[in-house]
Every structure is written in structure tokens, then in C-alpha cells.
Design a protein around this ligand. Structure first.
Ligand code: FAD
Length: 426
């Protein structure tokens, strides 16, 4: 049986593990922390704008599990907030154990607190991985889904210092770029001013620190939009946001809060003294990651060049997905790219041509579009998501955005790929 090792248990790694398993591989996920879902543990927003279309597509392609779980764990469905429609908000406190149980029930081996630190090559193939505990892990095919952050020093070098974010590098050790260890140079994302990396566009507030009427509104509606005092409105800050889908005027003029179990504050770098000037937020405090007032989680410092079947260029048996595979932002984006990489791991093992999703699907289009954009000067300064910014504009122009389930179904039927990720190849 083909042995597939997935390095990194974020959304993309979980998606890859599921489809590799369904294709018939023996699958192990190595995760350096004690939790699956990586950055997904501070996220929560699904199905906003084009993510709705992509979520429905991936279900029809035969990888419904993770979308079904986020739907089941949703605290709110069909929520509108500035610039975003029909979002659902999963409970970040509930979703991780649900995913863990799903993967285990499918016979996927999960190895926590297991950090891959190096590779051993046999020509241009990875022969095996070395873990921080000096264990040797062999496989036929590897899938790198380690995200795009760097080692701890990068948070200081390119950002405002380590904020002990959800990735908890001081505890679990830094992320390692496996593709780089395999001899492939990393691609680095840039910001508008040419500096490297980008910080998150959102952070968490502790619910107990907010006024009861705001908590009540959040629990009922899922969203609260609170005007910012005129003297504190800063449009300049919008330019720093990694999540360009939230770099909208309304996000400077208002504080937008979403209920994800915690309270998701859709603004990065909001100083606590200013936040506490807003009615109802007089006692507000940040929850993990704690440094919401200054920004956190420097990312997009390590992407691998890849083809549209998610294979890393230059390494015969390495695929990648999620943020590692391009300047993608989002859980849905991680699930789409991860599902494809997992399925293709079986094809790669069998020497079959890799599946490329056609551009008539939103999933196929974003994968190809993000690759094309790496070849244009501004491309490294953008981030790609179904939910807004440059890619959603493109998606609209191509007529790919739809909330009509039947139309999406017809699209998938037409290209003959319905259920492709359910096909057992091995
Ligand atoms: C604060 C914040 C809020 C966000 N909110 C949303 C949102 O609401 N909705 C949305 O769609 N997107 C959101 N995003 C973006 C989204 O979370 C990410 O784009 C997506 O989850 C990335 O998934 P990934 O699997 O590519 O990487 P990651 O989530 O970074 O996962 C990588 C995993 O690999 C592990 N790992 C790394 N190196 C190693 C190694 N050497 N060995 C073993 N394991 C390793 C890490 O511990 C981690 O678990 C948010 C991001 C942040 C930072």
C-alpha cells in the first residue's frame, strides 16, 4: 500500500489526509503542536462571498467532510457584514475535536507534538523525514502543509514580535520549510512597501470583557458593527491587512465584531486604549493571540513553487497545499488545495497524470490564477481568496460566483468530475 505522510495538520493538511485516504493510501499526519487546524483555531468565517461557491463545489467533487463539519459547528449562518454576504461562523471552540474524530474514524494516523525538521534525499526524491525527536519517517509521497510562517525570529524581524499566537512556536518549536530542506527555494510574499511577510487582519477579544448588550447582539445576530470615534479612524491601516477582502472603508470607520465562540475583531493593530473608548468596549481585552493591539502572526514567508496539480517543482514525490502552496488566505482555500493535493498523492504514486481542476470551477481557477500571478510584478503583493480582493473580482468577471446550488451542481456534472475525490485508486 502507498504510504503518504502529511506534514502539518492545519485545514489544508486535514483535507489532504482525507482525500489521500479515500484514494486508498495509508496516511499519517505529523503535527508539531497538540491541536489540528493550525490558524483555523482563530478563524471561523466560512461561506462569505465566493467561498460559498467553492464550498459547494468541493462537496460535489467528493470531499464534503470538512465543509459539513464547519456547517455543523456554525454558531451563525447566512450572516452579512460589510462587504461580505451569506457568511457562516463556526465555533472555534468546538471544531477541532470534530475534525480530529473524523480523521481518526477514517483510519488516518495522527501524530501530535511531532515536528519534522529535516529531509533525506535520494536524488530528487524525498526518502524520509527526520523529526525533532530524531525519529526517521519514511513514505512514498509527502504532502507539505506547514503553512507560510517562518521561524520565531521572523515575527520580530518582519512584524511586532512574537505574540504567542495560536502556532505557539516558543512551546512547540518553529515551523520548518520542508521544500527548502529538499533544495527548493522558498517564494516570499511582499507588502505594498516591498517589505516581506504580512500580518493577520483580525484577532480575538474575550467575550467576558464586553458589555452584556454587545454580547447579546453578537449571540443573536452573529455580528455587531460599532462606529469608531472620528479622531481614531485610520484608512492607512487598511493597507497593512493580509486579508485584502477586509481592507474596506467600512472596516476603518467601524469596529466589526463577529461571534465565533470568541469575539472576532475584524481589525488588526487596534490599540487597547482606543478600543476602550468605544461604548460597550470599556473593559475589552484581547484573547489569544494576545497582541491584537500591535498585530501578530507574520505569514507568507515561505511558499513553494508548484504546478496546478499541487506538485512542488523539482521534487519528484512532494506535493503542497494551503498557504504553503501560494498566497492563499482562508480555510476554504486550504481545504480546496489540500483536497486536490491528497487525491494527487495517489496518482503520483501510481505514475498517473495528476488531476488539474478545470478553470470552469472556482477551485481550479484560483489554483491556476494564483500561480499566474506569481509571474507578474504585483502578484507577490496580493493574497488570493474566494471571499474578496483581486481574486473575487476575477471570479465575478469569469461568472464563477454563484449561490445557486443547482447551477454549481450542473457545472461539476458537466466536466464529469462529480465524486472524483471518492474514487479509490490504490
Ligand atoms: C488571526 C487569523 C484569523 C483568520 N481568520 C480566518 C477566517 O475567519 N476564515 C478563513 O477562511 N480564514 C481565516 N484565516 C486564514 C486561515 O486561517 C489560513 O489561511 C488557513 O487556515 C491556512 O491553513 P494551512 O493549513 O495552509 O496552514 P496553517 O493553519 O498555518 O497550518 C499549518 C500547520 O502545520 C504545522 N506545522 C508547521 N511546521 C511543521 C513541521 N515542521 N512539522 C509538523 N507540523 C508542522 C503547524 O503547527 C500548523 O498546525 C485567519 C488567519 C489568522 C492568522
Amino acid at each position: 500500500m502507498a504510504k503518504v505522510v502529511v506534514i502539518g495538520g492545519g485545514w489544508s493538511g486535514c483535507a489532504a489526509a482525507l482525500t489521500a485516504r479515500k484514494a486508498g493510501a495509508e496516511v499519517t499526519v505529523l503535527e508539531r503542536t497538540d491541536l489540528l487546524l493550525g490558524l483555523g483555531n482563530v478563524g471561523g468565517i466560512m461561506r462569505n462571498n465566493g467561498r460559498f461557491t467553492a464550498a459547494e463545489e468541493i462537496k460535489l467533487l467528493g470531499a464534503p467532510e470538512l465543509i459539513e463539519i464547519t456547517d455543523q459547528a456554525a454558531r451563525h449562518k447566512d450572516v452579512d457584514f460589510p462587504g461580505h454576504r451569506h457568511a457562516s461562523l463556526y465555533d472555534v471552540n468546538l471544531v477541532e475535536p470534530m475534525v480530529r474524530r473524523k480523521l481518526e474514524s477514517m483510519g488516518i494516523e495522527l501524530r501530535f507534538e511531532t515536528r519534522a525538521v529535516d529531509v533525506k534525499m535520494d536524488g530528487s526524491r524525498i526518502k524520509g523525514l527526520l523529526t525533532a525527536d530524531e525519529e526517521w519517517v519514511e513514505a512514498d509521497v509527502f504532502i507539505e502543509t506547514t503553512g507560510s510562517t517562518g521561524p520565531m525570529g521572523n515575527c520580530l524581524r518582519y512584524g511586532n514580535g512574537c505574540s504567542m499566537c495560536i502556532l505557539r512556536c516558543p512551546t512547540y518549536g518553529p515551523r520548518i520549510s520542508i521544500s527548502r530542506r529538499a533544495g527548493v527555494e522558498d517564494l516570499l510574499g511582499q507588502r505594498g512597501d516591498d517589505s516581506y511577510g504580512a500580518m493577520s487582519g483580525s484577532c480575538k477579544l474575550s467575550k467576558g470583557s464586553l458589555a452584556p448588550e454587545i454580547v447579546e447582539c453578537l449571540e443573536k445576530e452573529g455580528v455587531a458593527v460599532l462606529p469608531v470615534p472620528g479622531e481614531d479612524v485610520s484608512f492607512e491601516k487598511l493597507g497593512y491587512k493580509v486579508c485584502q477582502q477586509y481592507a474596506l472603508r467600512e472596516f476603518a470607520e467601524n469596529v466589526v465584531l463577529l461571534d465565533t465562540g470568541y469575539v472576532k475583531l475584524m481589525t488588526s493593530y487596534y490599540p487597547l486604549e482606543k478600543l476602550r473608548k468605544i461604548k460597550g468596549l470599556e473593559n475589552a481585552r484581547y484573547a489569544d493571540p494576545y497582541s491584537g493591539g500591535r498585530g501578530n502572526s507574520i505569514r507568507y514567508l515561505s511558499m513553494a513553487p508548484r504546478d496546478n496539480g499541487m506538485k512542488v517543482e523539482g521534487v519528484k514525490n512532494l506535493l503542497c497545499a494551503g498557504e504553503k502552496s501560494g498566497l492563499f488566505v482562508g480555510h476554504t482555500e486550504a481545504i480546496v488545495t489540500g483536497s486536490l493535493a491528497g487525491h494527487n498523492s495517489a496518482r503520483l504514486f501510481l505514475g498517473m497524470p495528476l488531476l488539474n481542476l478545470p478553470r470552469s470551477l472556482a477551485g481550479g481557477d484560483i489554483i491556476a490564477y494564483a500561480n499566474e500571478m506569481l509571474g507578474v510584478p504585483e502578484g507577490l503583493k496580493n493574497r488570493y481568496t474566494f471571499s474578496g480582493g483581486k481574486y473575487f473580482e476575477h471570479m465575478l468577471k469569469q461568472g464563477l460566483y454563484s449561490t445557486d446550488r443547482q447551477a454549481i451542481e450542473e457545472r461539476v456534472e458537466k466536466i464529469g468530475l462529480r465524486g472524483i475525490f471518492e474514487v479509490k485508486l490504490l
